[in-house]
Design a protein around this ligand. Structure first.
Ligand SMILES: Nc1ncnc2c1ncn2[C@@H]1O[C@H](COP(=O)(O)OP(=O)(O)O)[C@@H](O)[C@H]1O
Ligand SMILES: [Mg+2]
Length: 255
């Protein structure tokens, strides 16, 4: 398989679940994504967010991206909800023949860049599609949430994919979400201050604000990052080929 065409695709939690309704998945969207990705020739690494699974419990029990001494019950329930969501996604990807291989971040988050690279490339060469997700991890000061966006950036650094694609429940990054005509076609890192980011309830990993910051870090590392609507098959297929039909591009800095 041509490794140089490797794409990392982040399935937004807000896209694959109904974020306003705790513990509900958007089966139709997940099915469309599975079907679409199965038509792609690119080797893929998939990362999914928590949506109304992980975020629901993390918010309820006070877990954040900063390590803290949260209750054991909260840690357990948040982690279990992510496994439950992961399993639902796996079963859909399996149905579409993607040979998904579930990898909890605890398996690789603390490994070296070289070890991450070796692990993921071995799985891909075997014909599998690695699927990982935002999770609850332990360090000396306690438990913290590692967001899917951060994992995406971590894997981008290790694997240097041809592109990273964020599948969203909106068309891309807007200057102002309340103005439908303000979709940004190409975002330059210095334009960051020009976007208004509206935060939503029950989001423990920083929503669009932190996502864009991670994306800019990847772009500075030379990777093209795209933000597109994950409900549209044609837009996803084109993006996988590097064409932006509709959405936002943050161009990787060519050194
Ligand atoms: N300027 C903006 N452009 C696009 N989306 C924005 C903006 N400001 C806030 N958002 C919100 O950010 C959401 C995406 O962030 P998030 O819910 O964390 O997605 P994900 O689940 O993919 O991580 C969108 O659904 C939208 O409501
Ligand atoms: Mg998010």
């Amino acid at each position: 398989m041509a490794r140089k065409e490797l794409a990392i695709v982040k399935l937004g939690g807000s896209l694959i679940t109904h974020k306003e309704k705790p513990l509900t998945i958007n089966s139709q969207v997940i099915d469309t994504i599975g079907n679409t990705l199965s038509k792609s020739d690119n080797p893929l690494i998939l990362v999914h967010g928590g949506g109304s699974f992980g975020h629901y419990f993390a918010d309820k029990y006070g877990l954040t991206t900063k390590p803290s001494k949260v209750s054991a019950e909260g840690v357990s329930k948040t982690r279990a909800s992510m496994l439950e969501l992961n399993l639902k996604i796996l079963s859909c990807l399996d149905k579409h023949g993607l040979n998904p291989y579930s990898l909890p971040p605890s398996n690789f988050a603390q490994s070296t860049t070289k070890a991450k690279r070796k692990l993921f490339l071995s799985l891909i060469d075997y014909g599998l599609t690695p699927v990982t997700y935002g999770d609850v991890l332990l360090e000396s000061k306690g438990f913290y949430v590692l967001s899917g966006d951060e994992i995406t950036r971590m894997l981008s650094e290790a694997l240097k994919p041809i592109r990273v694609i964020f599948l969203l429940n909106v068309d891309g990054i807007f200057r102002n979400l309340n103005q439908p005509d303000s979709l940004i076609e190409e975002l330059k890192p210095e334009d960051l201050t020009k976007i208004r980011v509206k935060s939503i309830d029950m989001d423990v990993t920083g929503g669009m604000g932190l996502k864009v910051k991670e994306a800019i870090r990847m772009a500075k590392d030379g990777i093209d990052v795209m933000f597109i609507n994950g409900t549209n098959q044609e837009i996803i297929l084109r993006a996988l080929k590097g064409e932006l039909l509709k959405g936002t591009l943050i161009r990787g800095l060519r050194k």
